[in-house]
Design a protein around this ligand. Structure first.
Ligand code: PXP
Length: 237
């Protein structure tokens, strides 16, 4: 059974809607850990639209499970990661205008830059995951770059409206997960997963961790964060 890593960015999104100090993502992390999450994920974006530097610093102090920092492969972010030392980072592509991360990293064409980042944060013992589309060439590139893990982008699977398209996307994820494991990489998956599409992904034996945010925080509005996380864990089991 894969472990559940909860992305709490959208707790900060609600806070920023009013530019005030609540709800505090730091509280969310505590509740998530108590509900059974195996780790906490935050994305510190260049524009700081939700998670702030202050959140990252405090979360580094209080998170007792595992802190995964999603970030772009920029000099600014590498410097922050080396100062704060999260347990792992996930490198993601980042565009200023996007609503959320769109598409995986092109590990093939960015290999030199990504390899450098892996080496830089590796000096601090930080593990690196690359958020990539489910394509064999991307998995192979991740291995070549020296990443510890991959996170397979499940967005196309999640967005597929027709059964046929969803099955096709599912097969790609399955193959990429197998390839990743074959190469000795840790294999995570995420993006767009929710209460009605998580089961087939959770049943892929090669997947170590699921990264889920929006659907959990959305359900938490109605049933509370503790219950929303426990419901998700039940489905993953
Ligand atoms: N993985 C990555 C790399 C992401 O950027 C995000 C969104 O922040 C997620 C997983 C979680 O996606 P969602 O919020 O759709 O569950």
């Amino acid at each position: 059974m894969p472990e559940l890593m909860v992305n709490i960015d959208h707790v900060a999104t609600i806070r920023q809607a009013r530019g005030t100090y609540f709800p505090d993502p730091v509280y969310a992390a505590g509740i998530a850990e108590m509900a059974g999450a195996s780790g906490i994920i935050i994305h510190l974006r260049e524009d700081r639209r939700h998670i702030k530097d202050r959140d990252l610093r405090i979360l580094r102090e209080v998170v007792r499970t595992k802190l995964n920092l999603e970030m772009a492969a920029t000099d600014e972010m590498v410097k922050i990661a080396k100062e704060v030392v999260p347990d792992m980072i996930t490198l993601v592509p980042e565009k200023r205008e996007e609503l959320t991360t769109e598409g995986g990293l092109d590990a093939v064409s960015l290999s030199r830059r990504l390899k450098k980042v892996v080496e830089q944060v590796g000096e601090k013992g930080i593990k690196v995951s690359l958020f990539i589309d489910p394509e064999e060439r991307q998995v192979m590139a991740a291995k070549k770059i020296g990443a510890d893990m991959i996170e397979i982008h499940t967005g196309s699977y999640s967005d597929a409206l027709q059964e046929k398209a969803r099955t096709q996307e599912y097969k790609k994820i399955l193959e990429a997960a197998k390839k990743g494991k074959e190469l000795g990489l840790g294999v995570n998956a995420g993006h767009g997963l929710h209460y009605h599409n998580v089961k087939p992904i959770a049943s892929i034996p090669e997947i170590d961790e699921l990264s889920i945010g929006h659907s959990i925080i959305a359900r938490a509005v109605f049933v509370g964060l503790d219950r929303a996380i426990r419901d998700m864990l039940e489905l993953i089991k």
